[in-house]
Ligand binder design. Structure first.
Ligand code: SAM
Length: 204
């Protein structure tokens, strides 16, 4: 495991339950609002905080070549056994040091339900490092949890305005923005919403 990734707090302990919970959600439901923006022609995809590999596996099924970054050992080890055709990397934001030689290589990058684990300073470094990995015209597809933090985890309040400003500073233009309700009944009741943002790399 990459050491000192504070945003992974609680995941190892709850991994057995979360493995089945995350896998019981369909890619098409999680990403319903942005399905029209998921590239249709096969390309290079990066899934950040890939969890159990649900999305990475779906994307390989669509013909993409997928690199999945996941710092929680329990998720990554289980997912790499189930999906050996995906390249699994034990790494984490903000540094993403193991991807340093992949600048400008990705057609699109998914950051699903993970950005709110980063503190303010980490988000700034992360946006810069993620933007550098995109090809010209490449897409960054984000979903950010807004609302109360589940017990045992570490999350921060993240605003659309801050995220758009960070992205703009790194040459990413916003092409989609929406807030959607949570899919799960318990989260919906608790007032959890998801901020969906999609950016295009217009810098080069
Ligand atoms: C709510 S889960 C989402 C997993 C998956 N993307 C999904 O939608 O099912 C958040 C994931 O982010 C990972 N994570 C937490 N902090 C991270 C960091 N600094 N860099 C990369 N991943 C991180 C956790 O290990 C966990 O797998």
């Amino acid at each position: 495991m990459v050491r000192g990734v504070k945003g992974t707090q609680g995941y190892s302990e709850q991994s057995a339950e979360l493995l089945s919970r995350y896998d019981n959600i369909l890619f098409e439901d999680v990403h319903a609002s942005v399905m029209h923006l998921i590239p249709k022609t096969s390309g290079m995809a990066l899934d950040l905080g890939a969890g159990t590999g649900r999305d990475a596996a779906h994307l390989t099924g669509l013909g993409h070549k997928v690199v999945a970054v996941e710092p929680t050992d329990e998720f990554r080890n289980s997912a790499s056994r189930r999906y050996p055709h995906i390249e699994w990397i034990d790494d984490a934001l903000p540094e993403l040091g193991k991807l340093a030689d992949r600048i400008g290589q990705f057609d699109f990058i998914m950051a699903t339900a993970m950005w709110m684990h980063l503190d303010e300073a980490e988000r700034k470094i992360s946006m810069h490092n993620v933007a550098e990995l995109l090809k010209p015209e490449g897409l960054l597809i984000m979903s950010i949890r807004c609302g109360p933090t589940p017990a045992g985890r570490l999350m921060y309040d993240v605003s659309a305005s801050e995220t758009k400003l960070l992205a703009a500073n790194d040459g990413l233009e916003v092409i989609f923005e929406k807030v959607t309700p949570s899919l799960g009944e318990a989260n919906k009741k608790a007032g959890v919403k998801w901020l969906r943002l999609v950016f295009r790399n217009s810098s080069r």
